[in-house]
Design a protein around this ligand. Structure first.
Ligand SMILES: Cc1ncc(COP(=O)(O)O)c(C=O)c1O
Length: 507
């Protein structure tokens, strides 16, 4: 059944004269606005704002909020950019006035609690990664990648070495080559094998004295732990390069394997995937990085240090690459990560990873019977199935499956990433889902693969809009109420509109 909740805009709901609030009568002498403000700042006419009662406004926003799928409302098996369940307790703690109302320019002696938390978080992240220095500043995983590559640049510059190449496997997250390019390096792609691991021949072919950094994701984006990791790291080090570990998949190895121990020189964390925090997505999250001792002097400043039993903000770091974010980054997210780590403790964190891997393997064992999983009968935290056979036999694509899942109340898995698997469907259930939920998901997915292809091509059937043109919606979002009113506002970025050559939103 189509979702019938009201999605009209406030402008469309507006009725002249409706009000949510009335101001009391003025009890001071009135003066004309033109006496108080310079004429150049005054509009010719009042803005055409919508006029509504309070219940209308409340219902509008509550209804809109309920159209979303989220990890708090639905199973959310989005592989790779997973948003795992975040305990609400950590939200409450991060909002406590003693944390939320602090200002970084307060005198250090009034910030001791927060500085202690940040210092200890640095220590925990160092311990978990096996790398002895940390910066909490980056605001997302991608920002952590960029920051670490700047650190690597500063290190090589200091040593008088001119190294220009960053090697990245073809299965890497798109942010890896993007960060390498933004940091001024040439990106060189290394192939992976049909088994989903690094192609060692291609890797050795591309390795030379110009290598600055090899960026590797481990466990990798098809959910496999690279079996030759140590050999890879040794080969990079022999050529004088550094190994960067894209730590987005740390949720699979917490307390089990440490990147510093298997050869990484630098890594980032994605707290939204590992330690309870909002998603960075390049912005308001966190992407702390850890590095080896020789890279520590180049980390962003300031960092928190401890002198005796006092905590201090250390700005005096002459070799630092400088700030990449104000103060210590998004502290509210870091508080959540700290709470998550302290709540679980070392054994609990290990259990998180064990359960994440167990859940992924359980789901894999159910799904592989009707959707082939080309790279392995076992996985780490996630696996990548393929709808290629379904597409050639029945015309049903990965996108069709993903869209149809929405009709059954499941958030879609990631599709078409990594590019190395045809018609890929990447599933990461995470550790907090029950067996019943995993069974329900597998059974629904199976049922969908048996459905009529035409029904699937038009799915979802229960959402307010069906298949938005996501690229156009991202590149040409309609964010303003157009002059022409309702008619002009309905370029909904709908696929059918685009294919029919529908009107384009104002640029
Ligand atoms: C493997 C991998 N690398 C990097 C990133 C980028 O992280 P962020 O989205 O926090 O910028 C992600 C996304 O979560 C990822 O899955």
């Amino acid at each position: 059944m189509k979702n019938s909740r009201d999605t009209k805009l406030l402008f469309e709901l507006s009725e002249a004269g409706r009000r949510a609030h009335r101001l009391p009568a003025c009890d001071v002498p009135e003066r004309a606005v033109s006496e108080l403000l310079p004429s150049g700042t005054l509009a010719n006419r009042p803005p055409a704002l919508p006029e509504l009662s309070e219940p209308h406004v409340v219902r509008h926003f509550v209804n809109l909020s309920q159209l979303n799928m989220s990890v708090d409302t639905h199973f959310y098996p989005l592989g790779s950019c997973t948003m795992k369940y975040n305990p609400k307790r950590n939200e409450r703690i991060a909002a406590m006035p003693g944390f939320a109302d602090l200002h970084p320019y307060q005198p250090e002696e009034t910030l001791q609690g927060m500085l202690q938390l940040l210092y200890e978080l640095q220590e925990y992240l160092q311990e978990i990664s096996g790398l002895p220095a940390c910066s909490l500043q980056p605001a997302a995983g991608a920002h952590g990648e960029l920051t670490a590559l700047w650190v690597a640049s500063a290190y090589f510059r200091d040593r008088g070495e001119k190294r220009t190449k960053v090697l990245v496997p073809d299965s890497a997250h798109g942010t890896n080559p993007a960060s390498a390019t933004m940091a001024g390096f040439e990106t060189v792609t290394v192939k992976t094998t049909p088994a989903g691991i690094l192609d060692m021949d291609d890797f050795h072919r591309r390795l030379d004295e110009r290598i600055a950094v090899f960026m590797i994701t481990n466990p990798n984006t098809v959910g496999i732990f690279e079996p030759k990791m140590r050999e890879i790291a040794d080969a990079v080090h022999e050529r004088g390069g550094l190994v960067y570990l894209d730590g987005a998949n740390m949720n699979a190895i917490l307390g089990i394997a440490r990147p510093g121990d298997f050869g990484a020189d630098m890594q980032h964390y994605n707290p939204h995937k590992t330690f309870s925090g909002p998603h960075g997505g390049g912005g308001p999250g966190a992407g702390p990085i850890c590095v080896t001792q020789k890279l520590a002097p180049y980390l962003p400043a300031p960092i928190v240090v401890k002198n005796g039993d006092r905590y201090r903000i250390d700005y005096d770091r002459p070799k630092s690459i400088g700030r990449v974010r104000a103060f210590f980054g998004n502290v509210g997210v870091l508080v959540r990560a700290y709470c998550y780590i302290r709540t679980h403790g070392p054994d609990g964190l290990r259990r998180v990873s064990e359960n994440a891997v167990l859940n992924a393997n359980y789901l894999l064992s159910r799904v592989k019977h009707f959707l082939p999983v080309p790279q392995g009968h076992r996985c780490m935290h996630e696996f990548v199935a393929s709808a290629a056979r379904l597409k050639s036999e029945k015309g049903i694509s990965a996108m069709d499956l993903a869209k149809r899942l929405l009709d059954f109340g499941f958030h879609a898995p990631t599709v078409y990433f990594p590019l190395t698997v045809k018609e890929s469907i990447m599933v990461e259930p995470t550790e907090t889902e029950s067996k019943e939920m995993l069974d329900a998901f597998a059974e629904t997915l199976f049922r969908i693969t048996e459905e009529d292809a035409d029904l699937l091509h038009n799915a979802p059937h229960t959402t307010p809009i069906s298949r938005p043109d996501e690229v156009r919606a991202a590149r040409q979002p309609t964010l303003a109420w157009p002059e022409g009113g309702v008619g002009a506002a309905t370029q909904i970025n709908d696929e059918s509109e685009t294919t029919r050559g529908g009107q384009h939103p104002p640029s």
